[in-house]
Design a protein around this ligand. Structure first.
Ligand code: ASP
Length: 438
């Protein structure tokens, strides 16, 4: 058994959190590789070290002194080291980083230093080797992850190290400069390390006990999701349920490595298990695995008599959107009607141009835009080929007096997506949840 553990910023925010992390890591000899984030918030108003670093970067660019934010960063690391009683000094690292930032280092280099320093401390505390991501995670010339190169070099480095801490969030470009993933990207690093190590499990340690079946800000006390498949997770996270960086799924998914979302502050909770397929997943507790949703959509409604007989009608409509850099979410259509659901924020600035272009492209009998649409995704592997789920979703919505404006069921039968008035969003989410979870 071999496990890779990734700890997020709040799990490594101060010495007390480091102690919890060490207890978790040391509890099982299978815990060989640890990926660390930069120190996160210790309390709600606190500032993440990554944000302090980015402030330094902005100041340096504006040729202003960085002492204030940089001093805060040094203090945070010094406090952790002192509080843990470590025989480690990062003073020369601080001096180098300070100088490089002043000399106008690149943004990604600056942003990555929180992970770099924190991982050095954690490696020392655990007695593990420190393996710099700069030497083991590689990007291509275009700035995308070079998975093949990373996999082969990382696999060797990890097996040589035996037990190691690897900083999350960054790697290097072919010319050796540092490149980071987007914010929250240590999740991706963890996934990459798990893949290269051929781990049996990727544990992603955060500050919540896994995923919940619905947004707790909308539904009171939603049940946790004990087990979810990658596909279900993708559907829910696309619709706004966030527990991990979206791109973190792909490296381990391909390798068939399960992910376990765990809580550093409550290690006894089993968290959420994310599995590659439904076959090895236990039967779900409920027909649905979860519900997520988003507001802020618009529907472009196009009507044209005898549309169904026209060749290329849909293509011309979508081409107009493409030319205006707008991606579409859903495309429900009728015999003489076609509706394109898009994000309002993307459509708004282009609205007049898009409408004019559509009129020119397809000469519609009628065209209109309806705003204030919310989308609700009801997701569950238990729904596949089981009767009555759609009926229950719509009954719940009808009983809550929510008017359904659009329906879309993925061909996988894994999800039912309904478009409703944004004003009814909370009511609808709650009603569907209560229908399935009594
Ligand atoms: N420290 C980085 C951030 O705040 C990356 C991470 O924590 O995953 O976004």
């Amino acid at each position: 058994m071999l496990k890779v553990l990734k700890f997020g910023g709040s799990s490594l925010a101060d010495a007390d959190q480091f102690r919890k992390v060490a207890a978790i890591v040391k509890a099982d000899p299978a815990n060989r590789f640890v990926v660390a984030s930069a120190p996160g918030k210790r309390f709600p108003e606190d500032v993440k070290v990554t944000d302090l670093l980015l402030e330094c970067y902005q100041l340096a660019r504006a040729k202003k002194p960085i002492d204030e934010p940089f001093g805060k960063i040094e203090t945070r690391f010094r406090e952790i080291i002192a509080d843990l009683g470590l025989n480690l000094s990062l003073e020369s690292e601080f001096a180098t980083i300070r100088l490089v930032i002043k000399n106008r280092a690149g943004r990604d280099y600056v942003a990555s230093r929180g992970e770099y320093l924190n991982s050095m401390i954690l490696a020392e505390y655990l007695g593990y080797a420190f393996l710099d991501a700069e030497d083991s995670i590689f990007f291509t010339e275009e700035g995308v992850l070079d998975l093949a190169r990373t996999d082969s070099s990382l696999e060797v480095l990890l097996s040589e190290a035996g037990r190691a801490v690897i900083p999350g969030f960054y790697g290097s470009m072919p010319n050796g400069t540092i490149r980071t993933f987007s914010r929250g990207g240590s999740d991706i690093s963890g996934s990459i390390v798990a893949r290269a190590a051929k781990a049996d499990l990727y544990e992603n340690w955060t500050d919540v006990s896994g995923m919940l079946m619905a947004d707790p800000r909308v539904v009171s006390n939603p049940e946790p999701i004990p087990c979810i498949t990658y596909r279900e997770l993708r559907e829910l996270s696309y619709m706004g349920a966030s527990v991990m960086h979206e791109e973190a799924i792909f490296p381990v998914r391909e390798a068939g490595i399960p992910i376990n979302i765990r809580n550093t502050n409550c290690p006894e909770a089993p968290g959420t298990m994310i599995l590659s397929s439904g076959e090895n997943a236990p039967a779900p507790n409920h027909v649905i695995t979860g519900i997520a949703g988003k507001v802020g959509f618009s529907a472009i409604y196009i009507e044209k008599a005898l549309m169904n007989g026209q060749k290329g009608f849909g293509r011309r409509v979508l081409q107009v959107l493409e030319e205006h850099q707008i991606s579409f979410e859903h495309l429900p259509s009728g015999i003489d009607t076609m509706t394109v659901v898009v994000e309002t924020a993307a459509l708004k600035p282009e609205l007049d141009a898009v409408l004019a272009a559509l009129k020119k492209a397809v000469d519609p009998d009628h065209i209109a835009v309806h705003d204030d649409l919310a989308l609700l995704a009801v997701v569950g592997r238990g729904m596949v080929r089981s009767e009555g789920t759609a009926f229950r979703v719509f009954r719940a919505l009808a009983e809550a007096k929510v008017n359904v404006r659009m329906i879309d069921q993925g061909s996988s039968e894994l999800n039912i997506i309904v478009g409703i008035d944004a004003a009814h969003y909370a009511k609808a989410l709650d009603a569907v949840y209560r229908e399935f979870v009594k």
